[in-house]
Design a protein around this ligand. Structure first.
Ligand SMILES: Nc1ncnc2c1ncn2[C@@H]1O[C@H](COP(=O)(O)OP(=O)(O)OP(=O)(O)O)[C@@H](O)[C@H]1O
Length: 444
């Protein structure tokens, strides 16, 4: 099933553990039962995994040390039958992310899975033409093996797009999501390519990497612009040769997976500064799908806000309140630099804060505590044509470009998308502005 997660359950094969495994399967996980931490490590080395649930009585500290040494980045939850609070706390101190009591409760197991792995149901809200065009392109190329580069601002829905492409591709294996930002280069290299025994001091056994476990499935590289140069070189070679070697080995492993990469960066600029390989960008960006920023998606905003308000109210057991008209206006005037993720968080806070019959402007608060009402927001459609009379087209165009760029926090691709011009045209215009000594918002 696309999106299935692999959970490794470590503990004595008693009935409570079997029951927990059944519930995890019901919650959508693919469960492998390991009797010991050593067997769990073998499972991880051979087939990878998305989360581990381990008996609170097992040597959790030792297990955590092993997975760190072997460069696994996997969330671990402790579980146990009538464990004392001290044991649960000790497990968390040893590195477990949470504690789940056994006998298992269905909701707790489901919540544990959902909290650790953000299993995003492929809900896709929105039908704005810019998004529809992006989906149409993505669907058209989905069945091919061509790599796809999904671009767009932070939180705009690039992973949602990648999941849609994967589903439309008909590839049976789950989507393998690999986070490239904020992870050490060594750890990421093992995660992707695997390693052989003795490849580095902690490599006590062979590990199979994502490129191998993915088989003929799809690998989604989030924030590909963060890849270290050595990994870029390895990845390029894997794409060119359709095979690769594990770290420290010389066996050639076939590479059959489809690659989807996402970026919120201007990769052309990264190529320019030398932090990203031009040849890799050509390979990865054979097909580009641009996810538009939320502020450019018109009516999608109200649709998404309503969807989140309903879903989050229900999840929190709160009565579903509609948005007042003033709230809808305020939502449409804010620029949403964090895009759909920011909208979702803001609506969640509003759902919790609202006390009246509707969600009011007062209930819209940013994560830093600022009320949207207190911000100076642009009036949609507030542009007075009269104010333009007497100015040259060139002047107005320049102002429009510079303001749009500023609202997009310097992101050239997003700004050109909103303006309906190519990135190349945008760059040429910006060059002429800079040459004329006009300040231009720097690229993010
Ligand atoms: N069309 C959509 N319908 C409903 N929810 C959406 C849609 N697009 C995005 N979301 C939600 O918005 C959030 C951000 O989406 P996603 O993770 O795909 O963004 P992203 O661009 O990949 O983020 P990042 O820049 O951090 O990598 C997620 O919670 C996702 O479920």
């Amino acid at each position: 099933m696309p999106g299935t997660i692999r959970m490794i359950l470590v503990g004595a094969p008693g009935s409570e553990f079997r029951r927990a495994a059944e519930m995890a399967r019901d919650a959508g996980a693919d469960v492998a039962m390991a009797d010991t931490p050593a067997q769990a490590l073998d499972f991880l080395r051979e087939g990878g995994g998305d989360m581990v649930m381990i008996d609170v009585d097992a040597d959790i500290a030792g297990f955590m040390a092993s997975i760190r040494a072997e460069r696994f980045t996997i969330p671990v939850l402790a579980c146990g039958i009538q464990a004392s609070a001290e044991r649960a706390v000790a497990a968390i101190r040893a590195g477990a992310r949470d504690y789940v009591p056994l006998p298992p409760q269905r909701e707790l197991i489901a919540a544990a899975i959902a909290s650790v792995i953000e299993r995003k149901a492929p809900v896709r809200i929105g039908d704005h033409p810019a998004l529809a065009r992006a989906f149409a392109l993505a669907t058209a190329v989905a069945p091919t093996a061509a790599p796809i580069l999904v671009t767009g601002e932070k939180g705009s829905g690039k992973e949602v797009m990648a999941r849609a492409i994967h589903e439309a591709s008909g590839r049976a294996n789950p989507l393998h999501v690999v986070e490239c930002a904020g992870i050490g280069a060594d750890v990421l290299e093992s995660e992707l390519f695997g390693h052989e025994t003795g490849a580095f001091p902690g490599a006590v056994a062979r590990r199979i990497g994502r490129l191998e476990t993915a088989g003929g499935g799809t690998i989604f590289l989030r924030e590909v612009g963060s890849l270290a140069p050595a990994i870029q070189a390895r990845l390029l070679s894997a794409l060119q040769e359709q095979r690769f070697t594990r770290i420290g080995g010389d066996e050639l492993v076939p590479f059959r997976a489809r690659l989807i990469a996402s970026t919120g960066m201007d990769l052309e600029a990264a190529v320019h500064t030398g932090s990203f390989r031009a040849d890799l960008l050509v390979r990865l960006g054979l097909v580009r799908v641009e996810v538009p920023p939320l502020r450019a998606r018109g009516g999608d905003l109200a649709q998404l806000a309503t969807h989140f308000a309903e879903r989050l109210s229900e999840a929190d057991g709160i009565v579903v309140r509609p948005f007042s008209d003033a709230t809808l206006v305020l939502l449409s005037r804010y620029a949403w630099p964090g895009n759909i993720r920011e909208l979702e968080d803001c609506i969640h806070r509003a759902v919790l804060l609202a006390k009246g019959t509707a969600i009011e402007p007062d209930d819209l608060v940013r994560s830093d505590g600022t009320r949207l009402l207190d911000l100076e927001l642009a009036e949609p459609g507030g542009l007075q044509i009269e104010s333009l009379v007497g100015r040259t087209v060139e002047e107005v165009e320049r102002e429009l470009i510079l303001h749009t760029l500023e609202r997009c926090h310097g992101n050239r691709t997003s700004a050109s998308n909103i303006l309906g011009i190519s990135v190349r045209t945008m760059r040429n215009k910006l060059r002429t502005f800079i040459e004329a000594g006009i300040a231009v918002a720097p690229a993010p």
